[in-house]
Design a protein around this ligand. Structure first.
Ligand code: MN
Length: 231
């Protein structure tokens, strides 16, 4: 087998306590999955979960104890942070029942669903796809993946984001509108999940803009925290 040019390298994320890395297949994201964030975006009431995607190579790996660079993207004047719990799928499947969802989870990580909010809003207004607002290069920072067995009570973990040391977002994973198992049930009805899929499960309220020079610190109790500087 030969290729007409070298294939892109496999995107991967470090795993806590293991020399082996987690190879990324796809990145799925859940929209408006915390009530107070849905409200701040102008929506109320429980709606069926909906999904969008980012390319796998939008990942920005944040190693434990290190600070990563986050390049300020082109075209936007309103780059928003969205702190999110990321679920890493280890065993694929389709039509997975919520009761079986835990068997498919490899582990969890802290992630950021970076968003070009001005472009996303313009696309919403025009009824066009969100890709330019959500799926741009470097839009999916993620920290070290903690295997599920070591992650503690993730369903009720505190989740927070600070910018330059000041709280912007603080909530608990318990406030997910659709919990982790329900997200997997809905997602696997629409796509066959594969080992290596990452699911960004949604952000709590407090999303806001960052500018070059800002330092973001994201944390979820029981997981490795992340630190990035916007450049
Ligand atoms: Mn999000």
């Amino acid at each position: 087998m030969s290729y007409v040019f070298n294939p892109a390298p496999t995107v991967s994320v470090p795993v806590l306590g293991s020399p082996a890395r987690f190879p990324v297949h796809r990145i799925y994201c859940v929209g408006r999955n915390y009530e107070e964030h849905a409200k701040e975006m102008g929506f109320t009431g429980r709606e069926a979960p909906f999904f969008f995607m980012k390319p796998a190579d939008a990942v920005v790996v944040v190693n434990a104890g290190e600070s990563a660079r986050l390049p300020y993207p082109s075209l936007t004047k309103n780059l928003h942070h969205e702190i999110e719990l990321v679920v890493a799928i280890g065993t694929g499947g389709k039509n997975i029942a919520a009761a079986d969802a835990h068997k498919h989870i490899f582990g969890y990580a802290v992630g950021l669903d970076m968003t070009r909010r001005d472009l996303q809003n313009e696309m919403k207004k025009q009824g066009r796809p969100w890709s330019i607002g959500k799926g741009f290069d470097h839009s999916a920072p993620i920290g070290v993946i903690t295997p599920a067995a070591s992650a503690g009570a993730i369903d009720s973990a505190e989740i927070s984001l600070q910018v330059n040391g000041t709280d912007r977002q603080r909530s608990t994973v318990a406030k997910l509108i659709w919990n982790i198992a329900e997200v997997i049930e809905h997602l696997s009805a629409a796509w066959e999940l594969q080992p290596g899929d990452l699911i960004y499960t949604g952000t709590p309220e407090g999303v806001a803009a960052v500018v070059p020079g800002d330092t973001l610190t994201g944390a979820i109790a029981g997981l490795e925290s992340i630190r990035l500087t916007v450049e």
